[in-house]
Ligand binder design. Structure first.
Ligand SMILES: [Zn+2]
Length: 355
C-alpha cells in the first residue's frame, strides 16, 4: 500500500463517526475523493459519493459503510454521571475501564467508563457478564447541572483510541469496521480510473449501517439514487484465526490470506465469478465464505433496490470486531482494492448479469 493511501486509512480510522454522526469521517473521505474523481457529492442522509465516467454503462455502485459503533447519552444523573445506550452492537465487557470522547456541539469532552472496582463486585455479580445499563460515563462533573453545561442528551461518544501497528502488517483501531471498506471503495475507484475503465462507477461511503443495514441504513437510499446495475459492497468479516473459535462452526477465514468473496443466494453469480477471475488475473489469493441467506451487510439493501441489483460482497478479515482494538491486515486491504479495480476495468456494456 502506498504511503498516501495508508495515511488516508489512518486519518479515516481515527476520525470519530458513530452511526448518524459520520460527518468527520465523511469530510476526510470526500476531500480525498475530490483529488481524482470527476464529481463528488453528499445526500440528505450523509452518504458521500464519488464518480467517474458518468453517462457510460453499466453503472456500478461501490459501497463501504463509513459509520462505526458508538454510545449515546440518554440520561444525566444528579451526580453528573452520564448513562448511555448503544449505537450499534456492543459487548459491554469491552467497554469497562475505557476512555471515551463524548462528541458535543462545543467539541470533545473526555470521559471514562465507570464500574465499581473488582473488590466490590461480589456474589453472583462476580461471575456474571456486565450489562451496558450497569456502566456509566464519568466526565469529572461534580453535579448534574455541571455535566449538563458540557453534555446534552443525544450526544454520542466513541472509544478514545489511536491506530497502532502490530507487527509488520497489522493495524489495531476501534473503527476498522468499516473504515477499511470506505477506503477500499474509494481506492478501487482511483485504481480503476488509472487502469482505464469504461463503466460508470460511483463509490459511496454509506451511513448508518451499524443501526440498520437492511431497512434504515444509508445504502438503501444511496442505491436508489445511484440506480446501479451492479453493486460491490466492501465490509469486514470475522477472522476465525484466533483461540476459542470453532472452524467447523464459523469457517476458516484468516488475516493476511486475502480478500473474502461471499457466495450464496444474495450474491450474483456473474459478479462473483468476475471478482474471482479478477483475483486470478492479479495473482491474489482469495478466501471464500458461504452466505446462504442474508449477508448482514449493505449488500442486502443494495441488492433489493428498485427492481434488483446484481451484487457482490467482498469482505476484509477482521479480528475482534466491535471491540476497541479490531485488527486488520494492510495487505488484505490493499489487495481488495486491486481485485475490485481489476474487475471494474474489465466491465463492458454487453455483460449480462441475469441468470
Ligand atoms: Zn459492524
Amino acid at each position: 500500500m502506498d504511503t498516501e493511501t495508508r495515511d488516508l486509512l489512518i486519518r479515516l480510522l481515527d476520525a470519530p463517526g458513530p452511526s448518524g454522526h459520520e460527518g468527520a469521517a465523511a469530510a476526510v473521505w470526500l476531500a480525498a475523493a475530490e483529488e481524482f474523481a470527476d464529481k463528488t457529492w453528499a445526500d440528505v442522509h450523509g452518504n458521500s459519493f464519488a464518480e467517474i465516467n458518468s453517462g457510460s454503462a453499466p453503472t456500478v455502485m461501490l459501497a463501504g459503510h463509513a459509520d462505526e459503533i458508538g454510545l449515546m447519552v440518554h440520561h444525566i444523573d444528579d451526580e453528573g454521571f452520564l448513562w448511555v445506550v448503544g449505537v450499534g452492537g456492543w459487548d459491554p465487557q469491552v467497554l469497562v475501564g475505557q476512555r471515551v470522547d463524548v462528541l458535543t456541539s462545543e467539541g470533545v469532552v473526555a470521559g471514562v467508563v465507570g464500574r465499581r472496582a473488582v473488590h466490590m463486585i461480589t456474589g453472583d455479580d462476580a461471575t456474571k457478564a456486565v450489562k451496558l445499563k450497569e456502566l456509566w460515563i464519568d466526565i469529572g462533573a461534580g453535579t448534574g447541572a455541571q455535566a449538563k453545561t458540557k453534555v446534552s442528551i443525544g450526544d454520542v461518544a466513541v472509544i478514545r483510541s489511536d491506530t497502532v501497528n502490530l507487527g509488520d502488517d497489522l493495524l489495531a483501531a476501534r473503527s476498522i469496521d468499516n473504515r477499511v471498506g470506505a477506503v477500499v471503495v474509494l481506492e478501487s475507484l482511483r485504481r480503476a480510473a488509472k487502469r482505464g475503465c469504461q463503466a460508470h462507477i460511483v463509490a459511496v461511503a454509506t451511513v448508518q449501517e451499524e443501526i440498520g443495514y437492511l431497512a434504515g441504513g444509508g445504502a438503501r437510499t444511496g442505491a436508489f439514487g445511484v440506480d446501479p446495475q451492479v453493486g460491490i459492497v466492501v465490509d469486514v468479516t470475522h477472522a476465525t484465526d484466533h483461540p476459542t473459535i470453532e472452524k467447523t462452526e464459523h469457517g476458516d477465514i484468516r488475516l493476511g490470506r486475502g480478500p473474502v468473496l461471499a457466495r450464496g443466494a444474495a450474491i450474483n453469480r456473474t459478479v462473483f465469478n468476475g471478482l474471482a477471475d479478477a483475483a486470478r488475473a492479479e495473482s491474489i489469493d482469495v478466501q471464500i465464505q458461504a452466505v446462504p441467506a442474508m449477508t448482514g451487510t449493505d449488500a442486502d439493501a443494495v441488492r433489493m433496490s428498485r427492481a434488483g441489483v446484481a451484487v457482490g460482497l467482498v469482505s476484509i478479515p477482521n479480528r475482534y470486531m466491535h471491540s476497541p482494538n479490531q485488527l486488520v491486515s494492510i495487505t488484505d486491504v490493499d489487495q481488495t482494492a486491486d481485485v475490485i479495480a481489476c474487475f471494474l476495468s474489465g466491465l463492458t456494456e454487453s455483460i449480462d448479469f441475469t441468470g
